[in-house]
Design a protein around this ligand. Structure first.
Ligand SMILES: Cc1cc2nc3c(=O)[nH]c(=O)nc-3n(C[C@H](O)[C@H](O)[C@H](O)COP(=O)(O)OP(=O)(O)OC[C@H]3O[C@@H](n4cnc5c(N)ncnc54)[C@H](O)[C@@H]3O)c2cc1C
Length: 401
Protein backbone atom coordinates (compact mmCIF):
# COMPACT_ATOMS: atom_id res chain seq x y z
CA UNK A 1 0.00 0.00 0.00
CA UNK A 2 1.29 3.46 -0.92
CA UNK A 3 2.03 5.75 2.03
CA UNK A 4 -0.59 8.31 0.92
CA UNK A 5 -3.31 5.63 0.70
CA UNK A 6 -2.33 4.35 4.10
CA UNK A 7 -2.55 7.83 5.60
CA UNK A 8 -5.92 8.32 3.90
CA UNK A 9 -7.21 5.02 5.31
CA UNK A 10 -6.01 5.91 8.80
CA UNK A 11 -7.59 9.38 8.55
CA UNK A 12 -10.88 7.93 7.27
CA UNK A 13 -10.80 5.40 10.07
CA UNK A 14 -10.18 8.16 12.60
CA UNK A 15 -13.03 10.26 11.18
CA UNK A 16 -15.43 7.31 11.33
CA UNK A 17 -14.40 6.63 14.91
CA UNK A 18 -15.06 10.27 15.81
CA UNK A 19 -18.67 9.94 14.57
CA UNK A 20 -19.50 6.70 16.35
CA UNK A 21 -20.01 6.43 20.11
CA UNK A 22 -16.69 5.41 21.67
CA UNK A 23 -16.48 2.05 23.43
CA UNK A 24 -14.14 1.65 26.41
CA UNK A 25 -10.53 1.61 25.19
CA UNK A 26 -9.84 -2.10 25.84
CA UNK A 27 -12.78 -3.14 23.68
CA UNK A 28 -11.94 -0.90 20.70
CA UNK A 29 -11.75 -2.88 17.46
CA UNK A 30 -8.27 -3.31 15.99
CA UNK A 31 -7.66 -1.09 12.95
CA UNK A 32 -7.40 -3.14 9.76
CA UNK A 33 -5.25 -2.80 6.68
CA UNK A 34 -4.98 -5.09 3.67
CA UNK A 35 -1.95 -5.99 1.63
CA UNK A 36 -1.02 -8.53 -1.01
CA UNK A 37 2.12 -9.53 0.90
CA UNK A 38 3.28 -8.82 4.46
CA UNK A 39 6.95 -9.33 5.27
CA UNK A 40 7.74 -9.74 8.98
CA UNK A 41 11.34 -8.75 9.77
CA UNK A 42 13.28 -5.88 8.24
CA UNK A 43 16.86 -7.14 8.56
CA UNK A 44 18.85 -8.40 5.57
CA UNK A 45 16.31 -11.20 4.96
CA UNK A 46 13.24 -8.95 4.93
CA UNK A 47 14.97 -6.24 2.87
CA UNK A 48 16.04 -8.85 0.31
CA UNK A 49 12.47 -10.07 0.00
CA UNK A 50 11.34 -6.43 -0.32
CA UNK A 51 13.90 -5.76 -3.06
CA UNK A 52 12.74 -8.74 -5.11
CA UNK A 53 9.06 -7.95 -4.51
CA UNK A 54 9.48 -4.39 -5.74
CA UNK A 55 11.41 -5.56 -8.82
CA UNK A 56 8.69 -8.08 -9.56
CA UNK A 57 6.03 -5.37 -9.24
CA UNK A 58 4.96 -7.28 -6.14
CA UNK A 59 1.65 -5.48 -5.52
CA UNK A 60 0.91 -3.85 -2.18
CA UNK A 61 3.42 -5.02 0.38
CA UNK A 62 4.80 -3.84 3.68
CA UNK A 63 7.82 -4.83 5.79
CA UNK A 64 7.21 -4.79 9.55
CA UNK A 65 10.10 -4.63 11.99
CA UNK A 66 10.16 -4.45 15.77
CA UNK A 67 13.39 -2.45 15.90
CA UNK A 68 13.32 1.33 16.01
CA UNK A 69 15.87 1.62 13.21
CA UNK A 70 16.86 -0.54 10.24
CA UNK A 71 20.11 -2.33 11.06
CA UNK A 72 19.57 -2.36 14.83
CA UNK A 73 20.14 -6.14 15.05
CA UNK A 74 23.72 -5.41 13.97
CA UNK A 75 24.09 -2.18 15.98
CA UNK A 76 23.18 -4.02 19.18
CA UNK A 77 25.96 -6.60 18.84
CA UNK A 78 29.22 -6.09 20.79
CA UNK A 79 31.21 -2.96 20.03
CA UNK A 80 34.36 -4.59 18.65
CA UNK A 81 32.52 -6.98 16.30
CA UNK A 82 33.57 -7.04 12.68
CA UNK A 83 31.97 -9.24 10.08
CA UNK A 84 33.93 -12.42 9.39
CA UNK A 85 32.88 -12.15 5.75
CA UNK A 86 34.76 -9.66 3.55
CA UNK A 87 32.87 -6.81 1.87
CA UNK A 88 32.64 -8.73 -1.42
CA UNK A 89 30.30 -11.14 0.42
CA UNK A 90 28.41 -8.46 2.37
CA UNK A 91 26.35 -6.82 -0.34
CA UNK A 92 22.69 -7.67 -0.96
CA UNK A 93 21.25 -8.03 -4.47
CA UNK A 94 21.36 -4.80 -6.46
CA UNK A 95 23.80 -2.86 -4.24
CA UNK A 96 27.38 -3.90 -3.47
CA UNK A 97 28.77 -3.19 0.01
CA UNK A 98 30.50 0.22 -0.30
CA UNK A 99 34.06 -0.77 0.70
CA UNK A 100 37.14 -2.41 -0.85
CA UNK A 101 36.35 -6.04 -1.66
CA UNK A 102 38.64 -7.53 0.97
CA UNK A 103 37.72 -5.13 3.79
CA UNK A 104 35.98 -6.62 6.86
CA UNK A 105 33.19 -4.19 7.84
CA UNK A 106 32.36 -3.25 11.43
CA UNK A 107 28.90 -4.20 12.69
CA UNK A 108 27.82 -0.53 12.57
CA UNK A 109 28.97 -0.19 8.95
CA UNK A 110 26.83 -3.23 8.15
CA UNK A 111 23.85 -1.69 9.99
CA UNK A 112 24.25 1.59 8.08
CA UNK A 113 24.54 -0.28 4.79
CA UNK A 114 21.17 -1.99 5.45
CA UNK A 115 19.60 1.37 6.24
CA UNK A 116 21.02 2.87 3.02
CA UNK A 117 19.80 -0.18 1.06
CA UNK A 118 16.21 0.26 2.27
CA UNK A 119 16.34 3.99 1.47
CA UNK A 120 17.91 3.47 -1.97
CA UNK A 121 15.20 1.03 -3.09
CA UNK A 122 12.46 2.93 -1.19
CA UNK A 123 11.38 -0.20 0.58
CA UNK A 124 8.18 0.23 2.63
CA UNK A 125 9.59 -0.62 6.06
CA UNK A 126 7.61 0.21 9.18
CA UNK A 127 9.91 0.24 12.18
CA UNK A 128 8.89 -0.03 15.82
CA UNK A 129 6.13 -2.51 14.90
CA UNK A 130 6.30 -5.86 16.70
CA UNK A 131 4.08 -8.64 15.40
CA UNK A 132 2.37 -10.21 18.39
CA UNK A 133 0.38 -12.86 16.56
CA UNK A 134 0.17 -14.40 13.09
CA UNK A 135 -2.91 -16.49 12.46
CA UNK A 136 -5.43 -17.49 9.80
CA UNK A 137 -8.96 -16.14 9.44
CA UNK A 138 -11.35 -16.84 6.56
CA UNK A 139 -8.57 -18.14 4.33
CA UNK A 140 -6.32 -15.09 4.83
CA UNK A 141 -3.34 -14.48 7.08
CA UNK A 142 -3.82 -11.95 9.84
CA UNK A 143 -0.91 -10.16 11.48
CA UNK A 144 -1.75 -8.58 14.80
CA UNK A 145 0.42 -5.84 16.22
CA UNK A 146 -1.77 -5.19 19.25
CA UNK A 147 -3.53 -2.02 18.16
CA UNK A 148 -3.76 -2.99 14.50
CA UNK A 149 -4.55 -5.95 12.27
CA UNK A 150 -3.00 -6.36 8.86
CA UNK A 151 -4.27 -8.99 6.44
CA UNK A 152 -2.74 -10.57 3.37
CA UNK A 153 -2.99 -13.65 1.18
CA UNK A 154 0.76 -14.15 1.54
CA UNK A 155 3.16 -13.66 4.45
CA UNK A 156 6.93 -14.01 4.64
CA UNK A 157 8.58 -14.53 8.04
CA UNK A 158 12.02 -13.11 7.25
CA UNK A 159 14.56 -13.50 10.01
CA UNK A 160 17.51 -15.55 11.19
CA UNK A 161 17.13 -17.65 14.32
CA UNK A 162 19.14 -15.15 16.38
CA UNK A 163 16.17 -13.40 18.02
CA UNK A 164 16.04 -14.41 21.70
CA UNK A 165 18.73 -15.54 24.13
CA UNK A 166 18.92 -19.18 25.12
CA UNK A 167 20.13 -19.47 28.74
CA UNK A 168 20.09 -22.62 30.91
CA UNK A 169 17.54 -22.56 33.70
CA UNK A 170 20.17 -23.02 36.39
CA UNK A 171 21.49 -19.53 35.59
CA UNK A 172 18.87 -18.29 38.07
CA UNK A 173 20.65 -20.17 40.89
CA UNK A 174 23.93 -18.27 40.46
CA UNK A 175 24.83 -15.98 43.36
CA UNK A 176 23.42 -12.46 43.00
CA UNK A 177 26.98 -11.15 43.42
CA UNK A 178 27.96 -12.59 40.01
CA UNK A 179 27.39 -10.31 37.01
CA UNK A 180 25.53 -12.30 34.36
CA UNK A 181 25.02 -11.36 30.74
CA UNK A 182 24.01 -13.15 27.58
CA UNK A 183 26.31 -12.61 24.58
CA UNK A 184 23.45 -10.71 22.88
CA UNK A 185 23.62 -8.15 25.76
CA UNK A 186 27.41 -7.91 25.88
CA UNK A 187 28.76 -4.66 24.41
CA UNK A 188 32.17 -4.14 26.01
CA UNK A 189 34.36 -4.78 29.05
CA UNK A 190 32.86 -1.86 30.99
CA UNK A 191 29.81 -4.04 31.72
CA UNK A 192 31.92 -6.49 33.76
CA UNK A 193 32.93 -6.15 37.39
CA UNK A 194 36.46 -6.74 38.64
CA UNK A 195 37.44 -10.42 38.81
CA UNK A 196 37.47 -13.52 36.65
CA UNK A 197 35.15 -14.11 33.71
CA UNK A 198 33.56 -17.40 32.64
CA UNK A 199 32.26 -17.67 29.09
CA UNK A 200 29.79 -20.50 28.74
CA UNK A 201 29.68 -21.85 25.18
CA UNK A 202 32.70 -22.15 22.92
CA UNK A 203 31.20 -21.24 19.54
CA UNK A 204 32.13 -18.12 17.56
CA UNK A 205 30.56 -15.61 19.99
CA UNK A 206 32.17 -17.32 23.00
CA UNK A 207 35.58 -17.45 21.35
CA UNK A 208 35.44 -13.84 20.07
CA UNK A 209 34.40 -12.41 23.46
CA UNK A 210 36.80 -14.66 25.40
CA UNK A 211 39.69 -13.29 23.38
CA UNK A 212 38.64 -9.70 24.07
CA UNK A 213 38.26 -10.41 27.80
CA UNK A 214 41.56 -12.29 28.12
CA UNK A 215 43.46 -9.59 26.24
CA UNK A 216 42.24 -7.08 28.85
CA UNK A 217 44.27 -9.01 31.43
CA UNK A 218 41.38 -10.70 33.27
CA UNK A 219 41.44 -14.34 34.23
CA UNK A 220 39.24 -15.97 31.60
CA UNK A 221 37.66 -19.42 31.33
CA UNK A 222 35.91 -20.74 28.22
CA UNK A 223 33.58 -23.66 28.93
CA UNK A 224 32.34 -26.20 26.40
CA UNK A 225 33.47 -28.43 23.58
CA UNK A 226 35.19 -26.70 20.69
CA UNK A 227 33.09 -26.90 17.50
CA UNK A 228 36.32 -27.11 15.45
CA UNK A 229 37.66 -24.33 13.25
CA UNK A 230 38.07 -23.53 9.58
CA UNK A 231 41.66 -24.32 8.61
CA UNK A 232 42.63 -20.86 7.36
CA UNK A 233 42.59 -17.20 8.35
CA UNK A 234 39.97 -15.31 6.32
CA UNK A 235 41.96 -12.06 6.57
CA UNK A 236 45.27 -13.41 5.22
CA UNK A 237 46.21 -13.40 1.50
CA UNK A 238 45.24 -17.01 0.79
CA UNK A 239 42.11 -16.73 2.92
CA UNK A 240 40.94 -13.52 1.23
CA UNK A 241 41.68 -14.51 -2.31
CA UNK A 242 41.24 -18.27 -2.50
CA UNK A 243 39.87 -20.05 0.55
CA UNK A 244 37.10 -17.64 1.67
CA UNK A 245 35.68 -17.48 -1.90
CA UNK A 246 35.94 -21.27 -2.13
CA UNK A 247 34.21 -21.93 1.19
CA UNK A 248 31.57 -19.16 1.14
CA UNK A 249 31.00 -18.94 -2.59
CA UNK A 250 31.18 -22.60 -3.53
CA UNK A 251 30.92 -24.94 -0.51
CA UNK A 252 28.30 -22.98 1.51
CA UNK A 253 26.32 -21.73 -1.50
CA UNK A 254 26.45 -24.53 -4.08
CA UNK A 255 27.74 -27.72 -2.46
CA UNK A 256 25.92 -27.76 0.88
CA UNK A 257 22.33 -27.28 -0.29
CA UNK A 258 19.15 -29.34 -0.02
CA UNK A 259 19.68 -30.19 -3.70
CA UNK A 260 22.87 -32.21 -3.16
CA UNK A 261 23.12 -35.53 -1.34
CA UNK A 262 25.99 -34.27 0.85
CA UNK A 263 23.95 -31.18 1.73
CA UNK A 264 20.91 -33.24 2.73
CA UNK A 265 23.15 -35.53 4.75
CA UNK A 266 24.81 -32.79 6.84
CA UNK A 267 21.79 -30.46 7.14
CA UNK A 268 20.14 -32.06 10.22
CA UNK A 269 23.29 -31.75 12.33
CA UNK A 270 24.07 -28.23 11.05
CA UNK A 271 20.58 -27.02 12.00
CA UNK A 272 21.29 -27.31 15.70
CA UNK A 273 25.09 -27.39 16.06
CA UNK A 274 27.37 -24.38 16.52
CA UNK A 275 29.37 -23.78 13.35
CA UNK A 276 33.18 -24.02 13.32
CA UNK A 277 35.27 -21.14 14.64
CA UNK A 278 35.97 -18.74 11.81
CA UNK A 279 38.18 -15.89 12.89
CA UNK A 280 39.48 -16.78 16.34
CA UNK A 281 41.51 -19.99 16.47
CA UNK A 282 42.15 -22.27 19.47
CA UNK A 283 45.76 -21.20 19.25
CA UNK A 284 44.84 -17.50 19.67
CA UNK A 285 42.85 -18.39 22.79
CA UNK A 286 45.72 -20.38 24.28
CA UNK A 287 48.27 -17.64 23.54
CA UNK A 288 46.04 -15.04 25.21
CA UNK A 289 45.70 -17.16 28.34
CA UNK A 290 42.10 -18.34 27.93
CA UNK A 291 41.64 -21.48 30.03
CA UNK A 292 39.56 -24.16 28.31
CA UNK A 293 37.28 -26.05 30.69
CA UNK A 294 34.47 -28.65 30.25
CA UNK A 295 30.79 -27.74 29.91
CA UNK A 296 29.00 -26.06 32.80
CA UNK A 297 26.70 -28.67 34.35
CA UNK A 298 24.87 -26.63 36.99
CA UNK A 299 25.28 -24.46 40.07
CA UNK A 300 26.55 -25.32 43.56
CA UNK A 301 26.43 -22.82 46.43
CA UNK A 302 25.84 -20.02 43.94
CA UNK A 303 28.88 -20.88 41.78
CA UNK A 304 29.05 -22.53 38.36
CA UNK A 305 29.96 -26.25 38.43
CA UNK A 306 31.76 -27.90 35.54
CA UNK A 307 31.05 -31.40 34.19
CA UNK A 308 34.24 -32.61 35.91
CA UNK A 309 32.85 -31.50 39.30
CA UNK A 310 34.97 -28.37 39.74
CA UNK A 311 33.34 -25.12 40.82
CA UNK A 312 34.70 -21.83 39.50
CA UNK A 313 34.80 -18.79 41.77
CA UNK A 314 34.17 -16.22 39.06
CA UNK A 315 32.85 -12.68 39.30
CA UNK A 316 31.24 -12.61 35.83
CA UNK A 317 29.45 -15.12 33.61
CA UNK A 318 28.73 -14.46 29.93
CA UNK A 319 26.28 -16.95 28.46
CA UNK A 320 27.35 -17.64 24.88
CA UNK A 321 24.78 -20.41 24.70
CA UNK A 322 23.07 -19.30 21.51
CA UNK A 323 19.79 -17.74 20.47
CA UNK A 324 16.48 -19.06 19.26
CA UNK A 325 13.85 -17.57 16.94
CA UNK A 326 11.13 -17.19 19.61
CA UNK A 327 8.39 -18.09 17.15
CA UNK A 328 5.67 -18.44 19.79
CA UNK A 329 3.84 -15.52 18.16
CA UNK A 330 3.21 -17.70 15.09
CA UNK A 331 -0.17 -19.19 15.93
CA UNK A 332 -0.20 -21.75 13.11
CA UNK A 333 0.47 -25.51 13.25
CA UNK A 334 3.64 -25.35 11.16
CA UNK A 335 6.26 -26.55 13.65
CA UNK A 336 7.94 -29.94 13.93
CA UNK A 337 8.71 -31.57 17.28
CA UNK A 338 12.19 -30.01 17.40
CA UNK A 339 10.55 -26.57 17.17
CA UNK A 340 11.77 -25.89 13.61
CA UNK A 341 9.14 -24.76 11.12
CA UNK A 342 8.29 -27.42 8.50
CA UNK A 343 9.13 -26.03 5.07
CA UNK A 344 10.69 -26.91 1.75
CA UNK A 345 13.41 -24.34 1.00
CA UNK A 346 11.23 -21.74 2.78
CA UNK A 347 7.82 -22.76 1.34
CA UNK A 348 5.38 -24.01 3.95
CA UNK A 349 3.51 -26.63 1.99
CA UNK A 350 0.82 -27.17 4.64
CA UNK A 351 -0.02 -23.43 4.57
CA UNK A 352 0.06 -22.08 1.01
CA UNK A 353 1.12 -18.44 0.93
CA UNK A 354 3.31 -18.72 4.05
CA UNK A 355 7.09 -18.57 3.66
CA UNK A 356 10.28 -18.38 5.76
CA UNK A 357 13.51 -16.67 4.68
CA UNK A 358 16.79 -16.24 6.59
CA UNK A 359 16.68 -19.39 8.72
CA UNK A 360 19.64 -21.68 9.26
CA UNK A 361 20.15 -23.94 6.21
CA UNK A 362 16.77 -22.92 4.79
CA UNK A 363 18.00 -24.00 1.37
CA UNK A 364 21.78 -23.94 1.72
CA UNK A 365 24.47 -23.43 4.31
CA UNK A 366 24.63 -19.80 3.07
CA UNK A 367 20.89 -19.15 3.68
CA UNK A 368 21.36 -17.30 6.97
CA UNK A 369 24.36 -15.33 5.72
CA UNK A 370 24.46 -12.01 3.90
CA UNK A 371 25.68 -13.46 0.60
CA UNK A 372 23.16 -16.33 0.61
CA UNK A 373 19.90 -14.70 1.60
CA UNK A 374 19.23 -12.95 -1.72
CA UNK A 375 19.00 -16.17 -3.72
CA UNK A 376 16.40 -17.56 -1.29
CA UNK A 377 14.46 -14.28 -1.32
CA UNK A 378 14.38 -14.27 -5.14
CA UNK A 379 13.08 -17.85 -5.23
CA UNK A 380 10.38 -17.16 -2.62
CA UNK A 381 9.27 -14.05 -4.54
CA UNK A 382 8.89 -16.21 -7.69
CA UNK A 383 6.51 -18.46 -5.71
CA UNK A 384 4.62 -15.43 -4.39
CA UNK A 385 4.18 -14.10 -7.93
CA UNK A 386 3.05 -17.45 -9.27
CA UNK A 387 0.50 -17.91 -6.52
CA UNK A 388 -0.79 -14.35 -6.93
CA UNK A 389 -1.26 -14.80 -10.67
CA UNK A 390 -3.07 -18.15 -10.24
CA UNK A 391 -5.41 -16.54 -7.71
CA UNK A 392 -6.14 -13.57 -9.93
CA UNK A 393 -6.92 -15.90 -12.88
CA UNK A 394 -9.28 -17.89 -10.64
CA UNK A 395 -10.88 -14.66 -9.50
CA UNK A 396 -11.43 -13.48 -13.11
CA UNK A 397 -12.93 -16.86 -14.07
CA UNK A 398 -15.22 -16.73 -11.05
CA UNK A 399 -16.32 -13.16 -11.84
CA UNK A 400 -17.00 -13.98 -15.50
CA UNK A 401 -19.35 -16.71 -14.30
C1 LIG B 1 27.37 -12.30 16.23
C2 LIG B 1 27.00 -12.59 14.80
C3 LIG B 1 27.88 -12.30 13.79
C4 LIG B 1 27.54 -12.58 12.46
N1 LIG B 1 28.45 -12.30 11.48
C5 LIG B 1 28.14 -12.59 10.19
C6 LIG B 1 29.08 -12.29 9.13
O1 LIG B 1 30.18 -11.82 9.36
N2 LIG B 1 28.71 -12.58 7.84
C7 LIG B 1 27.49 -13.12 7.54
O2 LIG B 1 27.21 -13.35 6.35
N3 LIG B 1 26.60 -13.43 8.52
C8 LIG B 1 26.89 -13.17 9.83
N4 LIG B 1 25.96 -13.45 10.81
C9 LIG B 1 24.70 -14.13 10.45
C10 LIG B 1 23.61 -13.20 9.86
O3 LIG B 1 24.09 -12.53 8.72
C11 LIG B 1 23.08 -12.20 10.87
O4 LIG B 1 22.55 -12.84 12.00
C12 LIG B 1 21.97 -11.28 10.29
O5 LIG B 1 21.65 -10.32 11.26
C13 LIG B 1 20.71 -12.07 9.92
O6 LIG B 1 19.81 -11.19 9.27
P1 LIG B 1 18.23 -11.48 9.26
O7 LIG B 1 17.57 -10.39 8.52
O8 LIG B 1 18.00 -12.86 8.78
O9 LIG B 1 17.82 -11.47 10.79
P2 LIG B 1 17.97 -10.26 11.83
O10 LIG B 1 19.13 -9.42 11.52
O11 LIG B 1 17.88 -10.89 13.16
O12 LIG B 1 16.69 -9.39 11.54
C14 LIG B 1 15.40 -9.87 11.87
C15 LIG B 1 14.52 -8.66 12.14
O13 LIG B 1 13.22 -9.17 12.47
C16 LIG B 1 12.68 -8.37 13.48
N5 LIG B 1 11.69 -9.16 14.21
C17 LIG B 1 11.86 -10.31 14.91
N6 LIG B 1 10.70 -10.72 15.44
C18 LIG B 1 9.76 -9.83 15.05
C19 LIG B 1 8.36 -9.68 15.27
N7 LIG B 1 7.67 -10.57 16.00
N8 LIG B 1 7.72 -8.61 14.73
C20 LIG B 1 8.39 -7.70 13.98
N9 LIG B 1 9.72 -7.78 13.75
C21 LIG B 1 10.38 -8.82 14.27
C22 LIG B 1 13.85 -7.97 14.35
O14 LIG B 1 13.57 -6.75 15.00
C23 LIG B 1 14.98 -7.83 13.33
O15 LIG B 1 15.17 -6.51 12.89
C24 LIG B 1 26.28 -13.17 12.15
C25 LIG B 1 25.39 -13.46 13.19
C26 LIG B 1 25.74 -13.17 14.51
C27 LIG B 1 24.75 -13.53 15.60
Amino acid sequence: MRASNTTQLIEEGAAALALTPQKPRAAAPARREEFDVIVIGGGQAGLSVGYHLSRAGGGRFVILDANERIGDSWRRRWDSLRLFTAAKFDGLDGMPFPAPRNYFPTKDEMANYLEAYAAHFRLPVRNGVRVERLFERNGRYVVSTGSRELEAQQVVVAMARYQQPRIPEFAGELSATITQLHSSEYRNLAQLQAGGVLLVGAGNSGADIALEVARSGRETWLAGRSPGEIPFRPERFLGRNVLQPLVLGFVFHHLLTVETSIGRKVRPSLLHKAGPLIRVKSRDLAVSGVQRVPRVAGVRAGLPVLEDGRTLAVANVIWCTGLHPGFDWIDLPVFAQDGEPRHRSGLVESHPGLYFVGLQFLHAMSSSMVHGVGRDAARIVQSIKLRASIRSKQQRLWESG
